[in-house]
Design a protein around this ligand. Structure first.
Ligand code: C5P
Length: 243
């Protein structure tokens, strides 16, 4: 196992050009555990940016949050596995059959000789609260809905979920030690020195989020916006792993 495979920091490449993404990756390679490509970069540059990073040996979390009928989601997971993505995600609210189809597609990638990608679920978007949930006819509290969807993801065979730091402990308790929890919203501690809080409000410091049960931390601006991104990444990774 290389150092990057034990490093829990995944860098959010929230930029809109391949040039900027590759420059960031070149700067940070070796200090972090992987790179997250979301809809901004993917929509601008397409699959070639995923291939480019995978070919350099980077772990790529393709954060496209698939949400469609099971057959279509399975096809998307299969296509993403051909690009060499290491982790990918779907919306848990697409239902158990949709998640099971995603898991099956990940298994087919392995059967065809490609590495089996990790498939994780988004539970409730952290931009939603009790009021917005109720407006889409979900009458559970946000945390109850998060735990409900995490358990549904787990019983569908998903590898884990994306969760805000404040939800992490409840999911860890409900889903046990082996379920992956990928946590954004990292601020404070070594992630506060180089950057403000920006638009994140429900945050935790890197060490705190890991102690709450996170498996991976998604960090963007506290590293990508730092005067010295490599030093910021090293400080945050050190804090995250010093348990
Ligand atoms: O720059 P920052 O550290 O806030 O970036 C966090 C990344 O995690 C962004 O790509 C953002 O879209 C993503 N994210 C988040 N909160 C969630 C889910 C994803 O901040 N609940």
């Amino acid at each position: 196992m290389t150092a990057s495979q034990t490093n829990p920091i995944l860098i959010a490449l929230d930029v809109s050009s391949a040039k900027a993404a590759l420059a960031l990756a070149d700067t940070l390679r070796g200090t972090v555990g992987g790179f997250k490509i979301g809809s901004q970069l993917f929509t601008a540059e397409g699959p070639s940016i995923v291939r480019a990073l995978a070919e350099r040996g980077d772990r790529v979390f393709l954060d496209l949050k698939f949400h469609d009928i099971p057959n279509t989601v399975a096809g998307a997971i299969e296509s993403a596995s051909h690009l060499g993505a290491w982790m990918m995600n779907v919306h848990a609210s697409g239902g158990a059959a949709m998640m099971a189809a995603a898991v099956e597609a990940a298994g087919r990638a392995e059967a065809a000789g490609r590495p089996r990608p990790l498939v994780i679920a988004v539970t409730v978007l952290t931009s939603m609260n009790a009021e917005t949930l109720s407006s889409v006819s979900v009458n559970r509290s946000p945390i109850d809905q998060v735990v409900h969807l995490a358990q549904m993801a787990q019983s569908s065979g998903m590898d884990g979920v994306v969760a805000s730091p404040l939800e992490t402990a409840a999911i860890r308790q409900a889903c046990g030690p082996d379920f992956l929890i990928v946590t954004p919203g990292i601020r404070g501690g070594s992630a506060e020195q180089s950057s403000g809080r920006q638009d994140q409000s429900r945050t935790m410091a890197p060490g705190e989020a890991m102690r709450a049960g996170a498996s991976f931390l998604v960090v963007g601006r506290p590293i990508t916006g730092a005067a010295d991104p490599r030093a910021a990444a090293e400080a945050i990774a050190a804090e995250a792993t010093s348990r």
